[in-house]
Design a protein around this ligand. Structure first.
Ligand code: SAH
Length: 241
């Protein structure tokens, strides 16, 4: 079973949103487990201090390596140890798939200015980021990471195939979706999707995915196609036409 352990100063933030919907049902059904451990329980002084002022001066406080190490050592069992940091490697669907296929994860949530640098090396910690912006703490990042892993666990998502078409899985963004009513505020569903011609629909979706990726995420498109293939020509039907 996928076992998630979150090391945090705010264990009350868990399971939080992971207690609802897909992840919450799977948690209730025992398809994954969640343990939120308070880093403060591993403080060594009377005042239960977890942080101290930055060496060299400057603003803010830094989480102590010795306290973090004690917290990590209390739960370490070979699962990957991930720390949420803005300078970490940006999370990708590929890394999420790898983590979700493993025994689980130990997720370290920072606060204040972050972690004493020595903890990363000292405990073989992998730094991951959820994007180029600054959160007030790692907890939201941990929720994002775990949500992305949990939906991939066997038996969690309704139709197993619904994961394979998603954006990023194929190296492309997903094609656009429509549902009833056929006409809404003068906007109609593209004719081809109502044709019942599955080959034509598949071809249309592939083209839309390629066009969308090229226009919205040239970085993904570049990686997908390399220099090998020319980008598709022709604009996609505008959604507001
Ligand atoms: N001083 C740090 C920011 C600290 S923000 C810096 O400038 O890089 C406090 C904590 O929030 C961090 O320790 C980290 O755990 C978390 N955090 C903030 N932004 C994040 C992001 N984009 N991805 C993952 N974790 C983040």
């Amino acid at each position: 079973m996928f076992a998630a352990t979150v090391l945090t100063l705010y264990p009350e933030m868990f399971p939080g949103p992971l207690g609802a919907s897909l992840a919450g049902r799977a948690l209730g059904a025992g398809k994954w487990s969640l343990d939120a451990v308070n880093i403060r329980d591993f403080a060594i002084d009377r005042h239960r201090t977890v942080d101290d002022t930055p060496a060299g001066g400057g603003a803010g406080m830094v989480l102590r390596a010795d306290v973090l190490a004690a917290a990590i050592d209390s739960v370490a069992d070979g699962r990957p140890i991930l720390a949420m940091t803005p300078r970490g490697k940006p999370l990708t669907q590929q890394r999420i798939r790898e983590i979700s296929a493993g025994p689980g994860a130990i997720v370290l949530c920072g606060r204040f200015e972050g972690f004493d640098e020595r903890i990363f090396d000292g405990r073989n910690v992998e730094e991951v980021s959820i994007g180029d912006y600054i959160l007030s703490g790692g907890e939201m990042g941990a929720l994002v990471l775990l949500d992305a892993c949990i939906r991939l666990l066997p038996g969690v998502m309704g139709a197993p195939s619904s994961g394979e078409d998603e954006s990023f899985e194929t190296g492309l963004l997903e094609y656009p979706h429509y549902t009833r009513p056929v006409e809404w505020e003068g906007r109609t569903i593209p004719e081809v999707l109502r044709s019942g011609d599955h080959a034509k629909i598949a071809a249309w979706r592939k083209t839309q995915a390629e066009i969308d990726t090229r226009l919205r995420r040239p970085d993904l498109w570049e990686r997908h196609e390399g220099a090998r293939v020319q980008p598709p020509s022709g604009a996609r039907q505008k959604k507001d036409e």
